[in-house]
Design a protein around this ligand. Structure first.
Ligand SMILES: Nc1ncnc2c1ncn2[C@@H]1O[C@H](COP(=O)(O)OP(=O)(O)OP(=O)(O)O)[C@@H](O)[C@H]1O
Length: 254
C-alpha cells in the first residue's frame, strides 16, 4: 500500500491524469482543516499540519489516535471529507495520482517489500533511471544482500530496503508509518539518523509516525500529538523532548 513504490495501491504515475495546477506555498506539505475517515465517517478531524522542505515532523499518539488515517489521507489513499492537503502547492484532493505526481511517497507500516524477490529485484521495482546504485551508496549495508531473498532479511534490513527503494523515487515529501514496528531499539537508532540525513541533504519534508517517542523527537524538528482523531499538542521537538509530562498528558487526552 505504498503510495509510490510499486505495491498494490500504487498507480503507475505515467498513467495518472494531470494534477491540478500548483498554488504557491512555502510548505512542502500543507494539511489544513483535514477531516478523513472510512465509509464517509470521519476518523480524524480539523487536522492542521505544515511541514517545510528539509524538516521532519514527528506525528505521535496512542493506538487508534488517527495517525495512519492522517498519512493515508495526505497520500490521497482516502477520500478527503473536509479541508485540504497540498504537496508543494498541488492540491491532492483525495487522489493518489496527484500525490504521486507532486512527489509524495508513503512507506506503510508493513514496509511494502516483496518477500519472494531479492533485494536487487525489489530495488529495480523503483524503475529509477539511475539504476539502484544511489541506494547502495546511501545504504552500503545493502550491497552484500543484493542477491538475498527479501523474506530472509531481518526486520531492520527490510526496513532499510523499503526506505532505500522509496528514496530512489526522489520524494519531495516522505511519509513514514511506524518504521520501527517490530524493530529493536538499536535498529531504530541506526535508521532514524538516515532519515535526518535525507531531510538535511535532499531537502525532503518528512512526517514520521513513531511509537519510539524519544528517538523520534531526537531527529524531528517539530512534533504533533494526536488523540481521538484530533491534534491535541504541537511544538518544537527539542522542547517537547524536555517535557515528557506534557506529552504523556496529551496521550491521555488531558
Ligand atoms: N479500514 C478502516 N475502517 C474503519 N475504521 C478504521 C479503519 N482503519 C482505521 N479505522 C479506525 O480509525 C481510527 C484511527 O485509526 P488509525 O489506524 O488511523 O490510528 P493510529 O493512530 O494509526 O493507530 P495505531 O498506532 O494503532 O496504528 C481508529 O478508531 C480505527 O479503528
Amino acid at each position: 500500500m505504498n503510495a509510490t513504490s510499486p505495491t498494490a495501491e500504487t498507480p503507475d504515475a505515467s498513467q495518472a491524469p494531470d494534477a491540478p495546477a500548483a498554488d504557491r506555498t512555502d510548505d512542502a506539505l500543507a494539511i489544513r482543516g483535514l477531516s478523513a475517515g472510512y465509509r464517509g465517517v470521519p476518523a480524524v478531524r480539523d487536522i492542521d499540519l505544515q511541514v517545510p522542505a528539509g524538516s521532519i515532523l514527528a506525528l505521535l499518539g496512542p493506538n487508534g489516535a488517527g495517525k495512519t488515517t492522517t498519512l493515508r489521507a495526505a497520500a490521497g489513499l482516502l477520500p478527503v471529507l473536509g479541508g485540504s492537503v497540498t504537496v508543494l502547492g498541488t492540491p491532492i484532493a483525495g487522489r493518489v495520482e496527484h500525490a504521486t505526481r507532486a512527489g509524495l511517497c508513503l512507506i506503510p507500516d508493513n514496509r511494502g517489500v516483496f518477500h519472494r524477490l531479492t533485494v536487487a529485484e525489489n530495488l529495480r521495482l523503483a524503475r529509477s533511471k539511475d539504476g539502484y546504485g544511489p541506494a547502495l551508496d546511501r545504504f552500503p549495508q545493502l550491497r552484500g544482500l543484493l542477491n538475498r531473498r527479501c523474506g530472509l532479511l531481518s526486520g531492520g534490513e527490510q526496513q532499510l530496503l523499503a526506505i532505500a527503494r522509496t528514496l530512489l523515487l526522489r520524494p519531495r515529501v516522505l511519509l513514514v508509518d511506524e518504521m520501527s514496528m517490530g524493530l529493536s531499539p538499536v535498529a531504530v537508532q541506526r535508521i532514524l539518523p538516515e532519515l535526518r540525513r535525507v531531510a538535511d541533504e535532499d531537502g525532503t519534508a518528512i512526517v514520521l509516525v513513531e511509537q519510539h517517542i524519544d528517538q523520534a523527537l531526537s531527529v524531528a524538528d517539530e512534533a504533533a500529538v494526536m488523540h481521538h482523531g484530533r491534534i491535541v499538542l504541537t511544538g518544537p521537538a527539542a522542547e517537547l523532548r524536555q517535557d515528557r509530562a506534557r506529552i504523556q498528558r496529551a496521550y491521555f487526552g488531558d
